[in-house]
Design a protein. Structure first.
Length: 67
């Protein structure tokens, strides 16, 4: 997952699907929290504005679930 640092949005939503592309969950994180996390690490992935779903979920709240 990549963050567009110039987008200027308030929140970043992420939709998680299963293998057949059915919606499973939706998560949302503050753009400010994401930008702080990206700036706090010097890894190549962070320089690209990218991190994994597990890390995103640590910053986010679940806003919808299929179950």
């Amino acid at each position: 997952m990549q963050s567009n640092q110039a987008a200027g949005c308030d929140n970043v939503p992420v939709r998680l699907d299963n293998a057949t592309l059915e919606r499973r969950e939706m998560w949302e994180a503050s753009d400010v929290d994401i930008q702080i996390r990206l700036a706090s690490s010097r890894s190549k992935a962070r320089e690209r504005g990218a991190f994994g779903v597990r890390e995103f979920k640590r910053l986010a709240v679940k806003v919808w679930s299929a179950a």
